[in-house]
Design a protein around this ligand. Sequence first.
Ligand code: FAD
Length: 444
Amino acid sequence: MANTAAVVGAGWAGCAAAVELAHAGYHVTLYEAARTLGGRARAVDVNGARLDNGQHILLGAYAETLRLMRLAGVDRAQAILTLPLQMRYPPGHGMDFVAPRLPAPLHLAIALLRARGLAGADKMALARFSTTARWMDWTLHKDCSVSELLARFDQTPRLIQLMWRPLCLAALNTVPERASAQVFLHVLRDSLGARRSSSDMLLPKADLTALFPAAAGAYIEARGGSVRTGTKVQALRAQQDGWQLDASGGADGQTQTRADVVVLAAGAPASAPLLAAVGQTALAAQLDAFDYEPITTCYLQYAAGTRLDLPFYALVDDPANLHFGQFVFDRGQLDEVQSGLFAVVISAAAEAAAMERDALADAIAAQLASVLGQPALRQPLWTQVITEKRATFACTPGLLRPQVASGLPGLAIAGDYTASNYPATLEAAVRSGVAAARAVQTRA
Ligand SMILES: Cc1cc2nc3c(=O)[nH]c(=O)nc-3n(C[C@H](O)[C@H](O)[C@H](O)COP(=O)(O)OP(=O)(O)OC[C@H]3O[C@@H](n4cnc5c(N)ncnc54)[C@H](O)[C@@H]3O)c2cc1C
């Protein structure tokens, strides 16, 4: 008989663990408390439209995510739009930086030479950053804030405003003053410092549930496993050579099920009490100690056919003038069905998230109308503001993140918060899921 595995939580970490275990021959049961698969990267239905809980960008450097999507049968060309590295602002409102399709590091050198909206001093500073970071092998002796790093590397105010701050917010969801320079350098190393394709920016065309979690569910079901949505795991109990899971909800109601191995991928806040109850109190305390940062996505629907000139633009945020938007995406260029739908992203969004939703959407419509020079954008047909209050942990200098081993045989933890070179991202989540699936198989 095949070995059995239970995976608790069908975010991207849990889905990755489930696929990896099914691939290794396990019969996997995937438990998800919500009705939709995907966790913090999932589809949501609003006003008859299928949206995401937040606009996401993947990088070409997300090797494990792309590998598992392939394994689960996702057609990358259909599901993802691949764009070269870019930081492009609406004309007259920032800079225009696009990497040509040339081998690294030539793509960056040419992008720098051609960049518009940067003075010679800004370009020199950017070249200096890249050379120094390579020379340091992207490693700091002691972690510090991104702001300190930028000061040490003599970066110009314009470059910080138009390049480093938006990159730091997008990648670490933490303001540069509080963000870890070491984690930021790791992201830059794997994207800017690696092969050109690693620096590509990948925009999901499919919704986030279809992009991987649904394919992961189908993959495990095709290999004798099952997916139990709307089902919350209430307790884990160690047994002789295995685990019992007490679950409630979903089609099966209250159940007690046995599994040889368990991957706990329920996110840090929900995993902590389950770990404390099996005696792992120090680990549980570590999981409870994270601080979190919100991300707000504001969707604005305009008449079908309303378009941006590019699939997405960076925006200069200026909260003092109610300009909160940091990036705007034209969803219609990703999926015909979403013609006229724009998604505006605000990372580290505490200030914007505290505003009344209609007032925030109104301010964002005004920002778009003004910087894109299209007065009609002032009047969307409808808007939807989605704030994920605990979108990611605050990625601060020297933050200690737990390993996937739980300290108990046959039980491992997975999630974007576990030890990784990456900040809280899809790739960190997927890598941890793969590592946890491998760890439980050794029952160490
Ligand atoms: C708005 C937003 C924008 C983002 N943008 C990007 C981006 O552009 N690029 C990027 O790489 N990353 C981005 N991220 C981060 C990325 O989405 C997360 O890092 C990743 O989704 C975390 O996955 P996870 O599996 O670790 O955790 P989660 O997604 O939190 O998964 C945990 C799952 O466990 C379930 N669960 C909890 N308790 C139980 C229980 N007792 N029983 C059963 N199930 C349970 C939860 O319902 C949830 O589905 C963004 C996040 C947000 C919120």
